[in-house]
Design a protein around this ligand. Structure first.
Ligand code: NAP
Length: 415
């Protein structure tokens, strides 16, 4: 049994365990959650209430989630005088699945992002972001119903590795000197320095996750999104290594664009997934103009950060954008948005992104029926135009609800 230094896990419920790489989920799993900063408390209390109601509606008294609060960010600082106690990592490792509210990060100074630290410490290497249209959600594009893609964003390296030094620091000056002396490359002395590592192992394991997802969910294509024309040995290499995985490990189930044209006369066989690639800037155009051709997208960290927000804008924006951080043994589910501090404590923002991240969590533990119950109830509330401010301001005749009021409405729509 795991022992925590600062936390007391609930005395009810059982831990999810792992056997032969598969989760074994009891009927009353203990699931840790981090409330989060800013709007975190508002959306987390509503999301947990909605998820509990869906589990109860679907399984009656047979199943229930036993929530276990763990801490990070301002609440952790207040209680334990540290931003993220080791117990938080230990709890996620031990219980395998957790739900997380957004955590604030200062810009350009102060501490490093707790979100990035968590993903790196736990090696949650795949950030999975489904982007799908919920009918009724206001959209800036003509055919949002054509959008149904899943982004696999690398979560542990690239410029997010946190290897950087401020302009004028002795480290930055030393790097500039070494690169100048030993590699004969001149960098202006008044530069700040950041390093962008992209490795074979981390690229390949991400591509495997994307391929497995595409096969299980019978998707039609996997597109590698990169800026390899400019950053040849990082993003270009990412592209090449991803193709290697497709060819060497999934060759019997995949075809390339070249094979499609030359060997299949442009007609994709039902049992083969098309693996192709696109330069990142062109991908921004492509997702807007030909979204129906975008399916599973796999990319380095920074591309994924930008592209997922842009894709989400087509289907209602960040308030309805879920996300999961996955490793081979753990899943940490969180909204794609941040802590929106200007709305903190106002019971105003949209809880859907966190609720939908919770449905990804339910699917992850195999409780698909409860996940379906939540998504259908959210769809019903939105189609009745009972929504939070972010959607109300784009919809004619909508009734604007608070965060908790929207949660109540979703629960009312469960059956
Ligand atoms: P943000 O918190 O995502 O908020 C940006 C804007 O998005 C908000 O002003 C609001 O737009 C809209 N928005 C966000 N959440 C919403 C919701 N639930 N419902 C409706 N609208 C929502 O981004 P930010 O202001 O750049 O970042 C704030 C803090 O969050 C920073 O400290 C950042 O580091 C952190 N952050 C954390 C995570 C994470 O925990 N994973 C992710 C991203 C950012 P309007 O102003 O138009 O209403």
């Amino acid at each position: 049994m795991v022992t925590f230094k600062k936390y007391s896990p609930p005395d009810k419920g059982e831990a999810i365990t792992l056997a032969d790489g598969k989760l074994e989920v009891p009927d009353n799993p203990i699931i840790p959650f981090i409330e989060g900063d800013g709007i975190g408390p508002d959306i987390m209390s509503t999301a947990r209430r909605v998820l509990d109601a869906a589990v109860k509606t679907t399984y009656g008294n047979k199943r229930s989630i036993v929530w276990f609060e763990i801490f990070a960010g301002s609440k952790a600082l207040k209680r334990f005088e540290e931003l993220i106690p080791e117990d938080t990592f230990e709890a996620i490792r031990h219980f395998h699945v957790a739900l997380k509210g957004p955590l604030s990060t200062p810009v350009g100074k102060g501490f490093r992002s707790l979100n990035v630290t968590t993903r790196q410490t736990l090696d949650l290497y795949a950030c999975v972001r489904p982007v799908r249209y919920i009918p009724g959600v206001p959209s800036p594009v003509k055919h949002p119903e054509k959008v149904d893609m899943v982004i696999f964003r690398e979560n542990t390296e690239d410029v997010y590795a946190g290897i950087e030094w401020p302009q004028g620091s002795k480290e930055a000056l030393r790097v500039i000197e070494v690169i100048g002396d030993e590699l004969n490359v001149k960098i202006p002395e008044d530069s700040g320095i950041g390093i962008k590592p992209i490795s074979i192992r981390r690229t390949k394991r991400l591509m495997r996750k994307a391929m497995e997802y595409a096969l299980i969910h019978k998707r039609r294509s996997v597109t590698i999104v990169h800026k390899g024309n400019i950053m040849k040995y990082t993003e270009g290499a990412f592209r090449n290594w991803a193709y290697e995985v497709a060819k060497e490990e999934y060759g019997h189930r995949t075809i390339t664009a070249k094979q499609l044209a030359e060997e299949y006369d442009g007609k994709q066989p039902e049992d083969k997934i098309l693996v192709n690639d696109k330069i990142a800037d062109d991908m921004f155009r492509f997702v807007l103009m030909r979204p129906e051709e975008c399916d599973v997208l796999v990319m380095p960290n920074l591309n994924g950060d930008y592209l997922s927000d842009a894709c989400n804008a087509q289907v209602g924006g960040i308030g309805v954008a879920p996300s999961a951080n996955i490793s081979d043994t753990m899943g940490l589910f969180e909204a794609a948005h941040g802590s929106a501090p200007k709305y903190a404590g106002q019971n105003k923002v949209n809880p859907s992104a966190l609720i939908l991240s919770g449905t990804m969590m339910l699917e992850h533990i195999g409780w698909d029926e409860a996940a379906g119950c939540v998504t259908s109830a959210i769809g019903k509330a939105i189609s009745q135009k009972k929504v939070t401010y972010d959607l109300a301001r784009q919809m004619e005749g909508a009734e604007e609800l608070s965060t908790s009021g929207f949660g109540d409405e979703v629960i009312k729509n469960m059956s």
